[in-house]
Design a protein around this ligand. Structure first.
Ligand code: ATP
Ligand code: MG
Length: 388
């Protein structure tokens, strides 16, 4: 079967690698250059999206910021999963908030802002501090502002307007003001749903960010009550969307209660540990779901963690002896994800020991979160994430 992925980054690459044993032939459409490419070798395969669509049996996407024209073209082919609607929702926080409200899942209170008067209303409604997020094109914490005091309102509003002037599709942009959630932890749930409505859901993963970018994901502690809450919300959202493929949901945990931060209608960075830590990884399960093959088990086989490599990172052989290294064939740039490390062990204690052995081998400036976090304490005392 031929699968076309919109987007030609690491997620398309990992789908291609996971699809090969199933004879699923993955090609990618690089939305920036307009080239069809091989997602592993980056070889250019041609220019025409239309012929790519024609040759594909199934079409999917690795990210949500894709032009509406391309999405419409793919939707018209009848081969696109999870489809235009899900991708448009994932790429527009207004639509996303609507979905969460309609599905009846808890999420941060918000107000939509188009004018400076709307901002005044948002302040009255939500109070300080609040987070202002642009509706379109947000990722890795970009296009977000923290508003803490009344005296910062004018300068922040000015910053937002300057940002919008440089923003593509600026006529469609707006701001979503959100109440600031003083969360204990951030967690995510990733699961696959097929066209018959069958689900395979992975265990909740804890996520720790640095400056808006995911640094560390850990899947090593079971919490049945939280898992049940997350799965209920997952089902409500996936059913509402009649979703097919892998869906990721990011949550804030506040006093044992989950509230949805955002969804990602695709395979997700916090699910990379499944490559070595689950029966069937998220990339294979996404392909299975969209190609209408039986879903694989999402059962976790061992405690696991994933460390993102961001910027110009080098990895020693000592780390390769202890962990699974995944490079993305990308040249390093500041804040660019160029690979990840999966650490998986038989027991939680062994996972802690291996992480404790790996952390000193990683550069302090490149991996600040790992050097700050006391991994043993974090994983044994149920200690909450204290980072702001
Ligand atoms: P991603 O890379 O996950 O797509 P993003 O840029 O789309 O990120 P969010 O996930 O909405 O943006 O926000 C980035 C981070 O900012 C969150 O992981 C969380 O740490 C923090 N954050 C977002 N919204 C809130 C909120 N309402 N209250 C407190 N912190 C928040
Ligand atoms: Mg996020």
């Amino acid at each position: 079967m031929n699968v076309l992925v919109l987007g030609a980054g690491q997620l398309a690459r990992m789908m291609a690698l996971a699809g090969a044993p199933l004879d699923l032939n993955v090609t990618a459409f690089d939305v920036t250059s307009g080239n069809m490419i091989h997602p592993v070798t980056q070889t250019i395969l041609g220019k025409r999206l239309e012929s790519g669509i024609e040759h594909a049996d199934v079409i999917t996407a690795e990210f949500e910021h894709i032009s509406p024209d391309v999405l419409a073209l793919c939707e018209a082919s009848g081969k696109f999963f999870p489809g235009e609607n899900a991708i448009l929702i994932g790429g527009d926080r207004r639509k996303e908030k609507n979905l969460l409200d309609n599905a009846g899942v808890k999420n941060a209170r918000y107000h939509i802002i188009n004018t400076s008067e709307d901002l005044d209303t948002a302040i009255k409604k939500l109070g300080f501090p609040m987070i202002l997020k642009c509706a379109l094109n947000g990722y890795d914490g970009k296009g977000q502002w923290r508003l803490k005091h009344q005296e910062d309102v004018t300068s922040t509003w000015h910053e937002i307007n300057t940002f919008f002037q440089r923003s593509p599709r600026r006529e469609h942009q707006c701001i979503i003001a959100e109440e600031f959630i003083s969360f204990d932890r951030e967690v995510s749930l990733i699961g696959a749903r097929n066209a018959k409505g069958k689900l395979e859901i992975y265990p909740l993963t804890e996520n720790i960010h640095h400056e808006g970018i995911l640094s560390l994901s850990i899947c090593a502690t079971e919490n049945e009550a939280l898992q049940n809450q997350a799965e209920m919300m997952f089902k409500a959202i996936a059913e509402d969307l009649n979703y097919v493929g892998i869906l990721a949901i990011e949550f804030f945990e506040v006093n044992g209660v989950l509230m949805v931060n955002e969804i990602a209608p695709r395979v997700h960075n916090s699910g990379h540990w499944t490559q070595q830590g689950a029966e069937v990884c998220q990339f294979e399960n996404h392909l299975r779901a969209i190609c209408d093959l039986p879903l694989g088990s999402a059962k976790q086989i061992r405690p696991s963690a994933m460390i993102n490599m961001v910027g110009n990172v080098k990895i020693s052989e000592d780390i390769m002896r202890l962990a699974h290294v995944h490079w993305y064939n990308k040249s390093p740039r500041p804040n660019r994800k160029i690979g990840h490390i999966n650490v998986c062990e038989k027991t939680k204690e062994q996972l802690i020991e291996t992480l404790e052995a790996i952390i000193p081998l990683l550069d302090k400036e490149q991996f600040p979160v790992l050097h700050e976090i006391k991994i043993r304490e974090h994983l044994t005392s149920g200690k909450k994430n204290e980072r702001p």
